[in-house]
Ligand binder design. Structure first.
Ligand code: ACO
Length: 263
């Protein structure tokens, strides 16, 4: 996939900045509360594909009062989003091609779990629907004290399909995920912290600094060891204790070789 320049990103409502080992993706359409379109998701995928090799931390943040108000509601209108159509206009496609379109959108979210990076969502204000799912796509979430999560999709007749169902169940457990999602209720920062939807809650004015501090702490460890450790942690739930122990042995042998081959 080709890289994407700043002007093209600005048109889509995104910014992408790299400062050393930290990349920042900013949803930058505050007047529309950072509503997302298919173009947003395709651009996120392209950013992931072309992420500079030195980047170890990816911060995802939103400009203005809300992290993101979710999918652009023009998709529900007959006119749709200019150049991108609407839900109704896409119905002429066959099921496979419609699923492929969702798969393409999902690529914008899935790369944020890559073991060689740590992704951090900085969430203030509303994170609704696709906004909530984007925050869930990240490894870690730092919340402002005014953060509000809402999984609105079922209220609109849709399912959450931007990779958000599994991380939610992993974090809060199945009963709470059912309760939250099927009521489409809003979860505010204090409850979100209790439910492990965020690692910490800070006053709104301290959000950026809190993310910077977390990024600096994450960068203090060896990259190869951090990548291998994240891979191990990500695999832990799907393995038995014995299988996990074997995976630890395999990773450690590679670490020892890498360390001592350095001389
Ligand atoms: N899509 C398109 N435009 C939006 C969206 C959206 N999802 N959300 C807000 N906007 C626009 C508003 O239409 C308004 O535009 P205007 O100034 O041209 O009239 C502008 O953003 C500001 O919106 P307000 O409602 O005035 O902002 P406020 O801060 O009071 O409220 C909130 C923010 C709570 C996010 C509210 O805008 C809202 O509920 N938005 C809709 C959320 C939603 O249902 N999203 C879909 C979820 S499902 C999914 O993502 C798959």
């Amino acid at each position: 996939m080709e890289t994407i320049d700043a002007a093209e990103l600005a048109e889509i409502g995104l910014r992408f900045e790299v400062d050393g080992e930290i990349a920042t993706i900013t949803l930058d359409r505050p007047d529309k509360r950072n509503a997302q379109t298919f173009a947003t998701w395709r651009a996120l995928a392209r950013i992931g594909e072309n992420l500079p090799g030195q980047v170890r931390i990816v911060v995802v943040e939103g400009e203005g009062p809300s992290f993101s108000a979710g999918i652009d509601l023009r998709m529900f209108t007959p006119e749709g989003v200019p150049g991108q159509g609407s839900f109704a206009s896409n119905l002429s496609r066959d099921d496979e091609s419609m699923e492929q379109a969702v798969a393409t959108a999902q690529q914008g979210f899935l790369w944020l779990r890559r073991p060689d990076i740590v992704s951090i969502a900085a969430v203030q204000g509303h994170a609704i629907g696709a906004g909530f799912q984007l925050a869930l796509a990240c490894d870690l979430r730092v919340l402002a004290d005014d953060a509000k999560f809402c999984m609105k999709e079922p209220a609109l007749g849709l399912v959450p399909d931007l990779t958000g169902t599994k991380p939610l169940v992993d974090l809060v457990g199945l009963p709470r995920a059912i309760e939250m999602r099927l009521t489409a209720r809003t979860v505010e920062a204090k409850e979100a912290l209790e439910l492990r939807l965020g690692e910490l809650v800070v006053p709104r004015g301290e959000l950026r600094q809190a993310v910077r501090d977390l990024a600096a702490a994450l960068l203090s460890t060896d990259r190869g060891a951090a990548t291998a450790t994240k891979r191990l942690l990500q695999g832990a739930q799907g393995r038995s204790l014995e299988e996990q122990a074997a995976a630890e042995r395999r990773e450690q042998v590679q670490r020892m070789k890498a360390l001592f081959a350095r001389g």
